[in-house]
Design a protein around this ligand. Sequence first.
Ligand code: PDD
Length: 278
Amino acid sequence: RIVYVNGAYLPEEEAKVSVFDRGFLFADGVYEVSSVLHGRLVDNAGHLARLHRSLAELEMAAPASDAEIEAIQKALIERNDVQQGLVYLQVTRGVADRDFAYPEGVQPTLVMFTQSKNLLQNPQAERGIRVITTEDIRWKRRDIKTVGLLAPSMAKMIAKRAGADDAWLVEAGKVTEGSSNNAYIVTRDGTLVTRQLGNEILAGITRKAVLELARTSDLKIQERPFTVPEALDAAEAFISSATTFVMPVVGIDGQPVGDGRPGPVSRRLRELYISMAL
Ligand code: PDD
């Protein structure tokens, strides 16, 4: 696989980043994941817009223009012959002698790579995924897409060890989001509920598209926190992210959601999202 590091396209074995890179030492960096379908980027403008917001919140300068970044993404898709999968892009503050305070004018480190993955014929989408709920122990700026991903990694391992597919994170009795996706329920009266944007969750690019699709489908929408009991009592549940699209959730903490199979609203929104993305 060919990867990109600071201006160079290299075989992954030859790509190098300094041990003093602040991304490595402090998780001082941000990232984006854009999906690829039929060799083309999905909703990439949204991902680049969020990248700029994340960078601005951390007072980091953009390492390249949007046009340059997109040209690199496309070159990697081409060189690695990605038909379906993702492009990962990461900007870290750069290399500086270890100190919590960083000096001015550090050159950011830009790394990008691709992963080929079958996103459309995902067996999980057919049967739905099972989640467990666990305390949301992340920091208070989850709206910034930083590479500090230890808490969600731990949550995902808790889920895996419990035989589940993913974790829903809970704070003060309310679901914030999934370990790496946004969380939704469909109530028995057909209302789509997902947490409102704020510092508590990441503003998913897929979430935005899903809510637009729900709106044009005349679904009732409520952007508000919901509890775990409410989710257990819901007709349907699902998650969304760039790499899962809309993915039905058929079990929470070992209990079935609805009849334990992917529901009509989740399936419809998945179809609509995919046909829009293609
Ligand atoms: N994760 N919430 C969190 C905490 C996330 O990490 C993600 C994305 C999302 C969904 O955002 P989007 O729809 O823009 O992908 C919500 C990516 C896919 C990842 O970390 O791999």
